[in-house]
Write a protein that binds this ligand. Sequence first.
Ligand code: HEC
Length: 446
Amino acid sequence: MKKMISNSKLSKCLMLVVAALAMPTLSFAQDDSQREVTWSGDVAAIFQEKCMECHRPDSIAPMPLLTYDQAKMFAPIIRYRVENRVMPPWHVNPDVGVQNFTNDRGLSAEQRATILAWVDQGALEGDPSTAPAPLVFEEALEWRLEKDMGAAPDLVVASEPYDLAAITQDKWFRPNTPTGLTEERWVKAIEIRPKNAESRRVVHHSLAFLLQEEDGKAGLPEDVDVPFGPSLFMEWAVGKAGQIFRPDTGKLMMPGSSINWEMHLHANGEPVDDVQVELGVWFHDEPPEHRTILSMFDAQGPNSLDIPPGEIAVTQGTFVLSAPARIENFQPHMHMRGKAMSMEAIYPNGQREILSFVDNFQWNWQINYVYEEDSAPIVPKGTMIVTRAWHDNTASNPYNPDPEQWVGWGDRTVDEMAHNWVDVTYLGQEEYEAIVAERSAAGGED
Ligand code: HEC
């Protein structure tokens, strides 16, 4: 009935994984280790597709990787980062759970093997005349989503400026800014960003809560019980630009609403005046069919994380969905001891399925893994979402500032969190059944 990976499929996957581990190398890796792999013939094209967006001047990475000379200089460290699946920044396990994402920037197993073979063979250049033509980069657009949306945002809301001292403890600044809306609007896309380069250097992350008067029922099926408080609208951290919602979904903004910011600022040795974060919002012309709700499915709530010194701690939290729903994404949020997080569904019939597993979480990359619409899990009413988090407080965690410390819940990066941010689109029972029927008619993945 319901769309899920059947047990036989799951065990087949597991067998494949085991088989792959048991073999000395994957077959394509053997191919690549035998044939000559070169920058011009093989690697440049992969770097164009998977690295250069960030590894070029005026982007976010520390060094460019546009040319052979630049890449060769970093070959050993490229090998290390690629082999450990740290670069490109995409840390979801490629063998567990849903694998189709709208924003996938991971390497295929074959691309990874090619890069490793290239370094192992001495990072050869090959014949430059066979290299792909250099990429031409567009002028940096003002807003990253501008290209996809085809226009500048309909509404821009900026936080009040804040002056940050050169040396100080981490600061949390929580101003409130009216949106100026005079009528109800449905949001199609949101982008949030530090307003300028100086702000970017000190804004560690920023949340935007939408404060408004409403009964919390608009756009939701009747019997949905959503824990409403100040509703979280969008969140920004390094590595994340914003989000475009599915064509039939959106978020509701009311007249008289305001944005309540929570900016986490991290002084970097130079004073920065006028630190600001701004939010760009694109609107639907017509109200969409569904309202999507950003939910925090925490592995452990405030005051209940208990991470002893020198240990790897595992915690978990559960949330039961009060209506059928589409799970749109998976976004783990932890700090320096964060090691891994999984999201599992336990269905009302008792079957369980891991939806996603980020197994080498990197705390400086807060990545939102957004499922393709056709692959986003559709789950029945009563499904329990289980979020499980692993924190590594041992000395072998290279980011651990002090393995001798007990660590608990807190805002500072040396404290911990275990959030799982998920956009949930609640569905009516009929629509849920229609989608399930449509998917099984299409053959699905089963
Ligand atoms: C989304 C942007 C992005 C993409 C895509 C990306 N990188 Fe990076 N890369 C960064 C940033 C930012 C850093 C510095 C912060 C860090 O190390 O996480 C970095 C760091 C690195 C480093 C370490 C540099 C050092 O001196 O320690 C290497 C090596 C690297 N990247 C290689 C690659 C390769 C190879 C690819 C493509 C296969 C790639 N990166 C794709 C943004 C990116």
